[in-house]
Ligand binder design. Structure first.
Ligand SMILES: CSC[C@@H](O)[C@@H](O)C(=O)COP(=O)(O)O
Length: 374
């Protein structure tokens, strides 16, 4: 820590998703262009919102949820009717339309459902008043996410020591959330406090979120980051350079099975082989208690061209060769050392420790999980 002190490098907010001042559009930082180009996109209708989510211009489960929350508000403002039942029916249609953009990240349908629920709870009020409440709700989704990421970062940091090596997969940092991020949150928070880590970032084929986004975020924050290809994870673990794996999540089933970016389950299997703890970090909004196990999680299949040709000038495979391109895989709960949420670190058996998070409803206070003092 020589020459460094706490708050040496305060984590800068990344302006990744917001409403315009006039509240007539959602503005996103186009993550599909990073790190080469920093460009913002203005999304002012349902089609552009859905396209931005589908094309990963806005990506990462919590950020998708935040964008969808703002999108629902934007679309609610455009519904021209004084009839509350008609308004609610149209709002539900907007939800279905946006939800279809990406099926695996539960935060998308979680956020749109939250907006529909807020409207339904206020069905006794006039439409303009419901719309005003929806404006408050979407802002709350983003503000709560920032708070959750901060708490996840604090809990995650209790699992690390100064000087640790950490391997991460995909991108679960500020771009994918708000401010600190989830899996990258403890690393950013610790760095802010003068700790040092050595991070290995899997490039994350085929869309390179690790190479393009994780290394961008970490190096910008002064974290020592080394980019590796996905198939190099085993050698860095074998070399003894990795003390823990930290990954994000797109949907966590009630038994702890976790869907995250394709390749995550392979990292977990390697970590088990080398005796390295494997942690999943995410907000409680990513836990889907209606899914009993990972077998119930729908896995998004994407365009084969992402494997065959995207990012390459020369063809990397014969034209038209058959490809299988699942965007996510499910890590078995038995491979997960702990699941870190804003409410603490859950340990196996997850069916009990995850359920305990919700035992007091949304105002949960205590449960059968570690809750380090913040
Ligand atoms: C805090 S983001 C957690 C996950 O959403 C992240 O790890 C991930 O898998 C993102 O996938 P992506 O397809 O880039 O949206």
């Amino acid at each position: 820590m020589k020459g460094r002190c706490a708050m040496d490098r305060p984590v800068q907010s990344i302006d990744n998703v917001r409403l315009t001042d006039a509240e007539d559009a959602v503005v996103i930082l186009d993550q599909s262009l990073l790190p080469g180009r920093t460009e913002y996109r203005v999304l002012s209708d349902a089609e552009s919102l859905r396209e931005a989510i589908f094309s990963l211009r806005v990506r990462g489960a919590p950020a998708i949820g935040i964008c969808a929350g703002y999108g629902m508000y934007l679309l609610a403002r455009r519904i021209k009717t004084e009839s509350v039942p008609e308004f609610l029916a149209k709002l539900r249609a907007c939800k279905d339309y946006l939800d279809a953009a990406r099926p695996t990240a539960v935060n998308l349908s979680w956020a749109t459902a939250r907006m529909v629920r807020r409207a339904g709870e206020n069905a006794g009020r006039p439409v303009p008043e419901i719309v005003r409440l929806l404006g408050e709700e979407c802002r709350r989704i983003q503000a709560e996410d920032a708070e959750m990421c901060r708490a996840i970062s604090e809990h995650g940091l209790t699992l690390l020591r100064d000087g640790d090596g950490v391997l991460t997969h995909c991108n679960a940092g500020p771009l994918a959330t708000s401010r600190y991020g989830t899996a990258l949150g403890p690393l950013l928070l610790g760095t802010e406090r003068g700790m040092r880590f050595r991070v290995f970032a899997d490039e994350t084929r085929p869309l390179l979120q690790g190479a393009r986004l994780t290394t961008y975020e970490l190096s910008r924050a002064g974290v020592d980051v080394t980019l590796i290809c996905d198939n190099m994870a085993s050698i860095v673990m074998k070399n003894g350079w990795v003390n823990a794996c930290f990954v994000g999540c797109d949907r966590v089933a009630a038994n702890g099975d976790t869907a995250n970016k394709i390749g995550t389950s392979g990292v977990a299997i390697l970590a088990r082989h080398y005796g390295i703890p494997f942690y999943v970090l995410g907000p409680t909004s990513t836990i889907d208690r209606s899914c009993k196990t990972g077998a119930e999680i729908e896995i998004e299949l994407r365009d084969p061209e992402e494997i065959r040709s995207k990012f390459y000038r020369e063809p990397m495979a014969p034209e038209g060769v058959r490809c299988y391109n699942p965007a996510f895989d499910v890590t078995d709960h038995s491979l997960i050392t702990g699941i870190v949420t804003e409410r603490g670190v859950c340990r196996p058996p997850y069916t009990e420790s995850l359920a305990a998070l919700f035992s007091g409803g949304d105002d949960h206070k205590e449960g059968s999980y570690e809750h380090p003092v913040l």
